[in-house]
Design a protein around this ligand. Structure first.
Ligand SMILES: Cc1ncc(COP(=O)(O)O)c(C=O)c1O
Ligand SMILES: N[C@@H](CCOP(=O)(O)O)C(=O)O
Length: 466
């Protein structure tokens, strides 16, 4: 399997090289040269398999010969062995039609652990026996950062520099990052929003001298391996609800469009997906794009669902590439225009292709709180603000009653205790596994949101390849 860039100009890479590279050298994102498919019989055979074994079968076609199947199995067992629930991502039924897929039983209590526990092991495996030292740079609106740090802290051959928007993540999210004091972990609070942090990360990748000097790599969903590992839980949930004989809909709280793009990949692989509901908060660029064709970015509004406070959704580029006949040169021109004007209109092919699978909705603060109250009163479940947005969109999507609708529960409610308590009157308790988070020492730098400040800080601390 080879990976091509959405902007068409970078050399195609195999799985190992694409994983280590993160972003393509032409500024695009890697996608498989073609979607592998699973037959109906192969999908049916996933029923009853453990999560780790499901992951082996879903990821094998993407990995190609970069790992033997036994190696892949050992890595999946180790990654998912760290989850606190035997099912890894359990399904919970809320009503006749609605289900929650709980993705927050990993070490840092959000869905990012599902991919990052695996990615940490992949980096270790691919670096073993080489003298390469990776400088991982990432941007987080709260959850990717802690999951990546948990997966990479103390690992040989890797330093991680994680940028978060100062004051715009919850206190639990911040502490999960800043209390990890391993020498290879470097937290940076930037004086700006998540979009600015993500743009700085991309700018450092696009500075080829800098990228080569420090052997940059990515843990955000710009890294294909992240998305590949997220495809697995769509299969895992759907076969439990009757796939491949029955189509299942998913409602996905969305910011950077990575999680829901993984659902799109599952559908391309042959999973019968009735609908993908893209649920945003008031930072609704994706809802506007999918409902009106207007992909134009406004200033980010801070909300109670801070991990989705995003107005430039990096993985949307992957969808545009696939729906636009994989014309990298045309997309590169379109993306350059967007980078200058922060505005873009979807083509007819983009709009009609997206409409075939995606529905979208933007959920405001009042409707989010109402979804939390309803779930608590009627089902006894405490939803975190992101999950509540997905659930609100799922309930008002109006899908036929015989279509099961699975809302991805992307974070544990205790990560957002204040918001949950405000809506429901109940304060979720932090699971024991996060321990004495509020007693630990914090360490992070605060920097202006400029390329020079951040790249200079990294250059002083990262290991140079030269
Ligand atoms: C808890 C939570 N829910 C939803 C999202 C949105 O996911 P994505 O960025 O993949 O669209 C994020 C951030 O990525 C998150 O941390
Ligand atoms: N919500 C994310 C933002 C980064 O998304 P990613 O999936 O591209 O890593 C976060 O919590 O950091």
């Amino acid at each position: 399997m080879h990976y091509v860039s959405t902007r068409g100009a970078a050399t195609p890479l195999d799985f190992r090289a694409a994983t280590l590279a993160g972003l393509a050298s032409d500024g695009g994102l890697y996608v498989p040269e073609a979607w592998p498919t699973l037959s109906k019989r192969e999908i049916a055979a996933l029923a009853g398999l453990s999560y780790a074994e499901t992951a082996v079968w879903v990821m094998t076609p993407f990995v190609g010969d970069a790992l033997s199947q036994d190696e892949l199995r050992t890595m999946c067992e180790a990654a998912y062995g760290r989850f606190s629930h035997a099912a890894v991502t359990p399904l919970k039924q809320l009503t006749h039609q609605h289900f929650l897929l709980e993705l927050f039983h990993g070490p840092t209590l959000a869905f990012k652990d599902v991919a990052l526990q695996f990615l940490g092991l992949l980096f270790e495996r691919f670096l073993a026996g080489t003298d390469t030292h990776l400088t991982v740079i990432g941007a987080t609106s709260g959850d990717t950062g802690s999951a990546a740090i948990d997966a990479l802290a103390g690992r040989a051959g890797v330093d991680v520099f994680m940028l978060h928007p100062q004051g715009r993540v919850s206190d639990v999210q911040r502490r999960q990052m800043t209390t990890v004091l391993s020498p290879n972990v470097h937290n940076i609070a930037i004086e700006g929003d998540f979009d600015t942090a993500q743009a700085l990360v991309k700018a450092m990748f696009n500075d080829r001298d800098f990228a080569d000097r420090f052997t940059l790599s990515a843990v955000n969903s710009i890294n294909w391996a992240r998305l590949m590992a997220q495809v697995v839980y769509y299969f895992y949930a759907a076969v439990r609800l009757g796939a491949p004989e029955r189509a299942v809909a998913f409602s996905v709280p969305t910011g950077n469009f990575g999680d829901v793009f993984a659902g799109y990949v599952a559908a391309q692989m042959g999973l019968p997906v009735a609908r993908l509901i893209v649920a945003t908060n008031v930072n609704d660029i994706l809802h506007r794009a999918l409902s009106t064709g207007d992909y134009s970015s406004a200033a980010v509004t801070p909300t109670a669902a801070p991990s989705m406070d995003i107005q430039v959704s990096s993985n949307f580029e992957r969808l545009l590439f696939d729906l636009g006949a994989r014309d990298g040169a045309a997309l590169a021109a379109q993306m350059r225009g967007f980078e200058t004007s922060r505005a873009m209109r979807l083509t007819d092919a983009h709009a009609s292709g997206a409409a075939a699978l995606f529905t979208s909705d933007a959920v405001d603060a009042a409707d989010m709180a109402e979804a939390m109250r309803w779930a608590c009163a009627e089902t006894g479940e405490l939803l975190d603000p992101h999950t509540a947005i997905g659930f609100a969109a799922a309930r008002r999507a109006g899908l036929p009653a015989d279509v099961p609708v699975v809302t991805l529960a992307t974070a544990h409610p205790a990560k957002f205790r204040e918001s949950v308590e405000r809506a429901t009157g109940l304060r979720p308790t932090l699971p024991n596994r996060v321990g004495d988070l509020f007693q630990r020492e914090e360490r992070y730098a605060t920097l202006p949101a400029t390329f020079d400040a951040v790249s200079g800080y990294i250059a002083e601390r990262a290991v140079s390849a030269a």
